[in-house]
Design a binder for this molecule. Structure first.
Ligand SMILES: [Zn+2]
Length: 72
């Protein structure tokens, strides 16, 4: 009887520069994440910059949400 791997969730924090530079990694499988993986930016109402990004890791399917930290 095989155990099915449960899809996990992860909450990360990153700056825009880290996201664009491909420095954000999946905490489960350490795969580097980029916009090419289907990253979706979530924009809050009335906000000029998206504050949250979400994607499913293409390798391990972990659902990842990334809180985008504003840099000054
Ligand atoms: Zn992964």
């Amino acid at each position: 009887m095989g155990r099915k791997k449960k899809i996990g969730f992860a909450d990360l924090q990153a700056t825009h520069a880290e996201l664009e530079g491909g420095e954000v990694r999946c905490p489960e499988c350490k795969r580097k994440l980029s916009e090419a993986d289907g990253l979706r930016f979530v924009r809050g109402f009335g906000q000029a910059e998206p504050s949250l990004a979400a994607l499913n890791c293409p390798r391990c399917r972990t659902m990842i949400s990334i809180r985008i930290i504003a840099t000054t």
